[in-house]
Write a protein that binds this ligand. Structure first.
Ligand SMILES: [Zn+2]
Ligand SMILES: [Zn+2]
Ligand SMILES: [Zn+2]
Ligand SMILES: [Zn+2]
Length: 371
């Protein structure tokens, strides 16, 4: 589909109940702070057809329930819009889903006390690329040598075509990214604040022919470039298990749950890292990346990103491109990144195969099954 034929926005809300939302999971939730499903009433119906007209009075609750209004309220909506298009059928995004641009914390989430918070003291913004910047001290390098040689040890390229892209060694590793943050002395232009500065590409959520919704961009994406975060409801592992049990297909629920376990360690000095990790649930509230499909030969990967070191237990999940990506190519990541061995073993066992889910990624490296 050529770009100029794409409508700028194509949300078609399903207020008549036609073309049922994809999710078969019971969205009723007795959890106090979960979001209620939008009310399907006449006012809502009017809002859908008139929300772009200036002289039409819009009630706050209508704005709250509208996907179009939710994504337009994002601070970066103007330079990097998110659009939703469906040229395949009549279906719309799930009614019980809402767009958010920052994760929402469940009331039981334990935050680090103020006295544990810290940042770097670099006055010269350029210093945050080098060993010696406190924000980089947990990165994987030889401190003595790096200090002596004044080596750049931060995660990014700083200049030219590749500016803000992950460096090769980082890109091929599974190591976390440590960035500067609001507790640091450097300013917001610091070159070690790429994820903090946010998404810089427009995204289009579109209906694919055979794999539900997918995500792509109208612009060329460079290898190593930051795409966006995976945001959602940050919940305890107990709450995540409760939601898995309530879900009709536990494995389907797992598609939306990401454990924040990059730093989990039973021996850690930080009690928050000794416990079972928190999880991010993006099923009912998330950003556009929640609609990214799986591929066995993906063009994106998720990296754990840390700002304040006291927040390792609620680290960010940041999508980066691991290849150059042409405009309008579907963005994908591997749902079982690095853990495909058990899957390959099971796929040779006829008893297990009947319970496995076929992969529709269509890549030449396809493993045949999603899980
Ligand atoms: Zn900095
Ligand atoms: Zn610094
Ligand atoms: Zn810093
Ligand atoms: Zn596949």
């Amino acid at each position: 589909m050529s770009e100029d034929r794409m409508p700028t926005i194509g949300i078609k809300r399903d207020w008549k109940g036609k073309g049922k939302a994809e999710s078969s999971i019971d969205s009723m939730d007795d959890d106090e702070d979960s979001m209620p499903a939008p009310k399907k009433n006449l006012k809502w119906e009017r809002h859908f057809y008139y929300h772009e007209e200036k002289d039409f009075m819009i009630a706050d609750e209508e704005i709250e329930d509208c996907h179009w209004c939710q994504i337009n309220a994002f601070p970066t909506a103007e330079p990097y819009p998110i659009t939703i298009t469906n040229f395949i059928d009549e279906s719309t995004l799930p009614d019980d889903f809402r767009f958010i641009d920052k994760s929402v914390l469940h009331q039981k989430i334990d935050l680090a006390p103020e006295e544990f918070r810290s940042g770097c003291g670099c006055r010269n913004t350029g210093d945050c690329k080098y060993a010696g910047c406190n924000c980089l001290e947990d990165m994987d390098f030889d401190m003595e040598e790096a200090l002596a040689m004044r080596q750049k040890v931060y995660s990014y390229h700083s200049q030219g075509e590749k500016a803000e892209c992950l460096r090769g060694t980082k890109l091929h590793s599974r190591n976390p990214i440590y960035e500067c943050h609001k507790g640091c002395e450097c300013d917001t232009s610091c070159s070690n604040r790429v994820v903090e500065r946010g998404r810089k590409i427009p995204l289009n959520i579109f209906k694919t022919e055979n794999r539900g919704w997918g995500v792509r961009s109208s612009v060329k994406i460079r290898k190593g470039q930051f795409i966006d975060l995976y945001v959602g409801h940050i919940i305890t592992s107990q709450e995540a298990d409760r939601r898995r049990k309530k879900s009709e297909f536990a494995q389907r629920k797992d598609v939306y749950l990401f454990a924040l376990d990059k730093f989990s360690d039973p021996e850690s000095a930080d009690p928050r890292l000794r416990r079972k990790p928190y999880e991010v649930d993006g099923e009912f509230m998330s950003g556009p990346t929640r609609f990214i499909n799986h591929s066995c030969d993906p063009n994106l990967r998720i990296f754990a990103r840390v700002g304040d070191h006291a927040d390792k237990h609620i680290h960010d999940l940041a999508f980066f491109a691991i290849k150059d990506i042409a405009p309008m190519t579907e963005l994908t990541f591997d749902y079982v990144d690095g853990e495909s061995a058990p899957l390959l073993k099971d796929s040779k066992n006829d008893d297990k195969v009947k319970d496995m889910t076929k992969c529709l990624c269509g890549s030449r490296k396809c493993r045949g099954f999603l899980w």
